[in-house]
Design a protein around this ligand. Structure first.
Ligand code: SF4
Length: 395
C-alpha cells in the first residue's frame, strides 16, 4: 500500500512531470485526511502508542539538553513573538566569553548538549565560529544552534567550526499564514532548511499549534512535511499569546491538540528527537503529563536570570525563576517518577535507522473509527477549528 510509506510529496518543491505530481498530491491528500482524523479522535490511544514507540527506540531515556538564550536582538517582527523587532523590551547581547563559560558550566552539571539560541541578528555571524570552536575544544558537548535564517555561507562556517545541529522551525506549512504572521516567505524558510540538511547538520523543524486562522489541514500538512523532509528534531508547542504583540488578545493553542501533534509525529517519524517544549511546559506546568505524548527530550535553561527574564518570547515561561541546578535535579526526579531514565548523553539521531511511515497511524485511526462513528463528527472538528479562528480579523 502506497500510504504505508513516505514518498517525496514535495509541497514546497514540486519539481516533476504532471502525472507524477498528480500521484504525489493524491498520496499527500490521503495522508493529510488520515492525520486530520487522528487529530479529531481522542488522544489516549495515540499517546499510548507514541510512548510505546519512544520507550522501545530510546530505551526509556529522556535526553536533557541545556539552552543558552544569548541575545534577544531580532531583526524580524513575527506577530506571535514577544521579542519581535517592534516589541518594547530591553535588548541584550551576551559576550562571547560568557557564552563559552556557560556552556562549560552546563557540561559540569551533567548536560551532553548545549543549545545556543538567539533572535535573528547578524551580531554573531563571525564571532560565533570562535564560540563554537572553543566549546568543542574544551568540552565534549554536542552544539545545537538556533539563530534563524542565514546565508548558506554562514551556516557552512558554523558547521566547519564544529556545530552539530540546527533548529529552524517552519512554524506553519501554510505559506499565506506564514507570510501574514512573519512578513517573510515560507519558501525562503525551506530553502534554509534544505541548506542545513545539505550541510549535514542534524536539522530540526517544528510548528506552533493553535495559531489564529490555522486549520486542521494546515497542521496535518505540517506533520506530512516533517515526515517528507525526514527532520532529525521537531519542536512542537502551543501558541501562547504575548502581551504587546498584535495577537495578545487571541486564545492560546489547545494543549491536548498540541500533545496529539507530538504523538502523531512520534508515531510517524519514529526516532526523531522531540522535546517536551518549553511552550508546552508553560501551559501544563512541570508535571509528568509532559512525557505522556511521546516526547524524549527536555531542555533546561542555563541563561543567567538577568538575561533570561528578557527573552520573553511569550509570557510566564517556565524555568525563568529556577536556578539551573535545582531545576535539573527536580526534572530528573520527575522523569524517574514516570518510570523513565534521565540521560545526559548527547542523544544524536542516527539517520536512516528508521524510515517515517504511516502504517501504525492508519491502524490506530481504523481502530478508533470502529469504536465509535461519532468520534470523527464535523462538530468536533469545528470545535477544534473555532479555537484557532477567533483572531482572524487581527491578521
Ligand atoms: S520568532 Fe524568532 S525570528 Fe520571529 S521575531 Fe521572535 S525571535 Fe525573531
Amino acid at each position: 500500500m502506497y500510504s504505508y510509506y513516505i514518498i517525496i510529496i514535495s509541497f514546497h518543491t514540486v519539481n516533476c512531470n504532471t502525472n507524477t505530481t498528480d500521484f504525489k498530491l493524491h498520496v499527500a491528500k490521503h495522508l493529510m485526511s488520515l492525520i486530520e482524523k487522528a487529530l479529531i479522535l481522542p488522544g489516549e490511544l495515540l499517546f499510548e502508542e507514541a510512548k510505546k514507540i519512544r520507550d522501545k527506540i530510546f530505551n526509556k531515556k529522556i535526553y536533557l539538553r541545556a539552552i543558552i538564550e544569548f541575545s534577544n536582538v531580532c531583526v524580524n517582527d513575527c506577530a506571535y513573538c514577544g521579542i519581535r523587532r517592534s516589541a518594547d523590551v530591553k535588548r541584550y547581547a551576551m559576550k562571547e566569553e560568557e557564552i563559552v563559560k556557560l556552556a562549560q558550566y552546563a557540561e559540569d552539571i551533567g548536560y551532553g548538549t548545549i543549545v545556543l539560541q538567539s533572535g535573528q541578528n547578524s551580531i554573531y555571524d563571525e564571532s560565533l565560529c570562535e564560540v563554537i570552536r572553543e566549546i568543542k575544544e574544551t568540552t565534549s558537548l554536542a552544539v545545537t544552534l538556533s539563530c534563524g535564517e542565514k546565508s548558506f555561507e554562514t551556516y557552512k562556517k558554523w558547521k566547519e567550526s564544529g556545530a552539530d545541529r540546527y533548529l529552524l522551525k517552519q512554524e506553519t506549512s501554510n505559506p499565506e499564514l506564514f507570510r501574514k504572521l512573519t512578513n517573510r516567505s515560507l519558501e525562503k524558510r525551506f530553502a534554509c532548511l534544505k541548506a542545513l540538511l545539505d550541510l549535514n547538520y542534524e536539522t530540526g523543524s517544528g510548528n506552533i499549534v493553535g495559531l489564529p486562522e490555522q486549520k486542521l489541514e494546515d497542521i496535518a500538512k505540517d506533520i506530512v512535511t516533517f515526515a517528507e523532509w525526514n527532520f532529525d528534531m521537531l519542536g512542537i508547542g502551543p501558541f501562547i499569546p504575548c502581551y504587546g504583540t498584535p495577537l495578545e488578545n487571541c486564545r492560546a493553542g489547545d494543549v491536548e491538540l498540541t500533545m496529539k501533534v507530538i504523538a502523531i509525529s512520534r508515531i510517524v517519524c519514529k526516532d526523531v528527537n522531540i522535546p517536551a517544549t518549553t511552550a508546552l511546559r508553560t501551559k501544563v506546568g512541570e508535571v509528568s503529563n509532559i512525557f505522556d505524548c511521546g516526547a524524549n527530550v527536555v531542555m533546561g535553561n542555563v541563561t543567567p536570570y538577568e538575561y533570561k527574564k528578557l527573552y520573553r518570547i511569550y509570557p510566564g515561561k517556565v524555568c525563568v525563576f529556577y536556578e539551573p541546578e535545582s531545576w535539573l535535579e527536580n526534572m530528573k526526579e520527575l522523569i524517574k517518577s514516570c518510570g523513565l531514565k534521565p540521560s545526559g548523553e548527547r542523544g544524536s539521531r542516527k539517520k536512516g535507522r528508521f524510515k517515517p511511515n504511516f502504517k501504525t497511524l492508519e491502524k490506530i485511526v481504523e481502530k478508533l473509527n470502529n469504536l465509535s462513528e461519532d468520534l470523527t463528527s464535523w462538530e468536533k472538528r469545528l470545535e477544534i477549528e473555532n479555537i484557532t479562528k477567533d483572531c482572524s480579523k487581527l491578521l
